[in-house]
Structure formats: C-alpha cells, structure tokens
Ligand binder design. Structure first.
Ligand code: ADP
Ligand code: MG
Length: 255
C-alpha cells in the first residue's frame, strides 16, 4: 500500500569530511500532504533530498516509505517504488521536445522490449499510444500543452521548471520531491507553480515534499514544515507556528 504510506526520515546524519550536513535529522511526511523542508543556504535541504532519492547514503539513520526501508537502495530502485524528484538546477534534455522529455521519463513503465519495438508489432504501437495519451494529460495538467513539440531548451524559464515537475510526474510517483521549484521565478511564475503543486496533491493524489529557501511560498501552500539550520532540525510543525517560533526567526534574521 505504497499510496497511503508515510515517508519517514529517522535520525539521518550525513557528513562531508568534517562538515556535518545533516545531524540526526528526523521528520515524517504524512501521505496526501504538502510538506516543506526549509532553511537558509547550506542548511542541508538538498542533501536531505539526495538521501531520500538514493543519491547519497547516510552515515547514520534510516529512511522509510511505509514499512519499506529505502536507506541503501539505488536511485532507480527508489524511483520504481514511487518516489520521483526534481533537481535544484534544471536537468532536462534540452534538444528534445517537451513530449520526448516526458516519454523518456516513462521508459521504465514501458513493457515492450527492443526486439518487439524494432519489429513494429501492433501491441507496441498500442502501448506507445497509451503513453503518448498520458503524456498529453500531464502536459495539460501543468499548462504545457502549447509547448509540447518545442525543444525544452527554447522554453521560458518558468515553463522549463514546470517541465521538470511534469517529467517527475511522468514516472507516476506516489511522492514527489521538489528542490526549490520557484527559485529564480517572478511573482506570476511563482503563483503558477504554487497552483500546480496544490493541484498535484489534490487531483493526482501525490504527496509532495518541497525543499524551499524562501518562507513565502511555504506559508501559503505547505501543510507542515520542517526547518533546518546548519544540518540540525530546529522546528517541525504548522506554517503558522513556524512564523512566530523564536529559533526559526533567529535563524532567518541571523543568517
Ligand atoms: P542547502 O540545499 O540547504 O542549501 P546543501 O544540502 O546543498 O544545503 O548543503 C549542506 C552543506 O553541505 C553545505 O555546507 C554544503 O556546502 C555541503 N555540501 C553539500 N554537498 C556537498 C558535497 N557533495 N561535498 C562537500 N560538501 C557538500
Ligand atoms: Mg539546496
């Protein structure tokens, strides 16, 4: 029952040499919520996503999706269990179209082998049509349909960031990990992304873990917030409680 499982980070520590990037950090992302992890630059937010997606292995602690331990699984295995992510810096295939970027994202969902594809069997084209139809739904959902045949590199910045989210959604995840999805966006682009994130949770029933530097977006769309500072968890609770928490205020004003 991956669909209704909590994502649990339990006592995770990551070190880079003498630097402790995450210091025994714990928090739980409840299914069906938008959960934000925020903190000043260098707080350990991206490191946290890298642990959750299997890019880094923690020195101590564990990560679970429901009862399933993810701690030592490889990134592709974690993706197959239903956890998809975006990166802080855009990582798209720039020369490929929007549609091809999304079809590439669905490769592991395609059953047809190379031989069947090469022979052009009817079952293959049926499957391909099904995938193309789903890709169209995802592009509609994220307001990318008008750009579906354009190379990713030619899209405006805000659309490229949405394409990254679309590509992660093309994996049909239960949990979506977003690393600073509105970084560098103007007010209008930020509002569109915020609406898209809320729609993903409400309409696609995908749990969202959102890493964010800025408090503004978080207080508007997150159900729960974990605040990191220098690798330590300094707050875990509602966005309302966060804004008046003395430790959080000090970390942000002091940083
Ligand atoms: P955030 O995303 O909150 O800005 P990061 O998780 O990227 O912070 O980084 C946390 C700390 O770990 C920072 O001090 C950063 O310089 C350091 N760090 C992150 N990744 C590496 C790495 N691969 N090698 C060495 N230090 C790293
Ligand atoms: Mg980061």
């Amino acid at each position: 029952m991956v669909g209704v499982s909590a994502l649990r980070v339990d006592g995770v520590t990551v070190r880079f040499g003498a630097l402790v990037a995450l210091d025994a950090v714990s928090f739980t992302v409840e299914p069906g919520t938008v959960h934000a992890v925020i903190g000043p630059n260098g707080a350990g937010k991206s490191t946290c996503l890298n642990v959750l997606s299997g890019v880094y292995r923690p020195h101590a602690g564990s990560v679970y999706l429901g009862d399933r331990e993810l701690t030592r699984l490889r990134p592709h295995h974690i993706a197959r269990l239903g956890i998809a992510r975006t990166f802080q810096n855009i990582e798209l295939s720039g020369t490929q179209t929007v549609e091809d970027n999304l079809l590439l994202g669905r490769h592991h969902l395609m059953r047809a082998g190379l031989v069947a594809t090469a022979l052009g069997l009817p079952s293959v084209s049926r499957e391909e049509r099904r995938h193309r139809a789903r890709v169209r739904e995802i592009t509609d959902f994220l307001g990318l349909s008008a750009a579906i045949d354009r190379p990713a590199a030619l899209l405006p910045y805000g659309l490229r960031k949405r394409l990254e989210v679309a590509r992660a959604l093309a994996l049909e995840p239960r949990v979506l990990l977003l690393d600073e999805p509105v970084a560098g966006m103007d007010t209008a682009e930020t509002a569109e992304m915020a609406a898209a994130i809320l729609a993903v949770r409400a309409e696609l029933d995908v749990t969202v873990l959102l890493v964010e530097h800025d408090m503004g977006l978080v207080t508007r769309i997150a159900d729960r917030v974990t605040v990191l500072d220098f690798g330590r968890r300094i707050f875990d609770g509602s966005p309302e409680a966060m804004t008046s928490d003395p430790d959080v205020v000090a970390a942000y004003l002091g940083g």
